[in-house]
Design a protein around this ligand. Structure first.
Ligand SMILES: NC(=O)c1ccc[n+]([C@@H]2O[C@H](COP(=O)([O-])OP(=O)(O)OC[C@H]3O[C@@H](n4cnc5c(N)ncnc54)[C@H](OP(=O)(O)O)[C@@H]3O)[C@@H](O)[C@H]2O)c1
Length: 331
């Protein structure tokens, strides 16, 4: 018997996150080209709020009645797919389920002798690549540049901030609360931190970035994006990675008020998703795993137990309850 969370209806401002139900089924028989996988870890991501909303995006929404989309990692138990054998470990869009029958060609085999399986969903997983490519490819930090990262204590933010530090930039993190800000300064060794919950972000940026901002890596949108736009430097870059402050209602989002600074400063804003970088995943894995092994990079994970904890744990992403990459330990 496998347990899975299904989506009951599309998410709206009225439903909030009350759109999931836990069901229990026997997995279907494995057909040609398929594998049965037993999952050890499942990732919980802010993107899930977009995947459950009926609107145009980079991928179609999950349909009501279907198993919730999620990244996972687990072991192949049975296979009718040539490229995978029992005992292989695989990752990909595996769904919010304890076991599942999936198309083998949609899964990526990983080597769990090189890193523990959970790391393939955190620093060596999608959020790791996002922080890495968004910062290194679009932001392009260098010595002498001032970089600001919002949601800096989170999954993507910790990676983006650390790789910018490794590139020699001066890095300031924005996060909610004194514990997360202390983590940014004392453990990630960032050059400064701004607690957006207890201080005005514009004033914090004026204090921490007296010469302006060269690269702003945006995970939150809204007022924090506006405060960063107000201090963007000539030819500066805003990397638009996410806008979590705007996810409660995907149909009425607040755009940036200070966008005319892009004109005044010949600056640019560029969005991206990991779809743009799928062909370069090995490059990110090599760079991130080498830095982590040398002790130059921390993969911070926040683990909750059991698939049943999914709906409550998902809320943490929106109230700041998670301290790093939010993962479910399935077994
Ligand atoms: N473009 C891509 O391909 C891509 C891929 C992955 C993720 N993303 C985006 O990256 C961002 C971070 O995702 P993640 O997986 O790394 O999550 P995360 O940062 O680990 O968790 C989300 C954090 O966002 C902060 N937050 C929540 N509501 C906020 C608000 N209203 N204002 C300011 N901060 C708020 C909270 O931290 P505090 O305690 O500091 O408030 C929370 O812990 C999200 O916007 C996500 O959608 C984009």
């Amino acid at each position: 018997m496998t347990s899975q969370y299904r989506m009951t209806r599309f998410r709206t401002a009225e439903t909030g996150n009350d759109i999931f139900e836990l069901t229990h089924d026997d997995p279907p028989p494995v057909q040609d080209g398929e594998v049965l996988v037993r999952f050890d870890w499942i990732s919980i991501d802010p993107a899930m709020s977009g995947w459950t909303t009926n609107k145009r995006s980079y991928m179609p929404p999950v349909q009501p009645g279907k198993i919730m989309r999620a990244f996972g990692i687990g072991e192949v138990m049975e296979t009718k797919f040539e490229g995978l054998a029992p005992g292989d470990w695989v990752t990909g869009f595996t769904g919010m389920q304890t076991e599942g029958v999936l198309r083998g060609k949609h899964l990526r085999k990983v080597d769990v002798s090189l890193a523990p399986p959970n790391h393939y969903l955190s620093g060596l997983g999608m959020t790791g690549y996002t922080g890495y490519f968004g910062m290194m490819d679009i932001g392009q930090p260098k010595p002498g540049k001032t970089v600001v990262v919002s949601a800096a204590a989170g999954a993507v933010g910790t990676i983006a901030a650390q790789v910018a530090k490794m590139a020699g930039a001066r890095v300031i993190g924005i996060a909610g609360g004194p514990i997360k800000c202390a983590f940014l300064k004392e453990e990630l060794l960032l050059d400064g931190a701004i607690d957006y919950k207890s201080e005005n972000v514009g004033e914090g940026l004026a204090r921490e970035c007296p010469d302006g901002i060269d690269i702003y890596f945006d995970n939150v949108g809204g007022e924090i994006l506006d405060a960063a736009l107000a201090r963007i430097n000539y030819k500066g870059t805003i990397v638009v990675c996410g806008a979590i402050s705007q996810y409660a209602d995907w149909h009425s989002q607040q755009g940036p008020k200070n966008y005319m600074q892009l004109i005044a400063q010949s600056a640019k804003m560029q969005g991206f998703t990991m779809k743009d970088y799928m062909h370069r995943i090995p490059e990110a894995v090599a760079a991130l795993s080498a830095a982590q092994k040398k002790g130059e990079l921390i993969f911070r994970e926040h683990v909750v137990d059991g698939i049943e904890s999914f709906p409550q744990a998902f809320e943490m992403l929106f109230n700041g309850g998670n301290q790093g990459k939010l993962l479910i330990k399935v077994r």
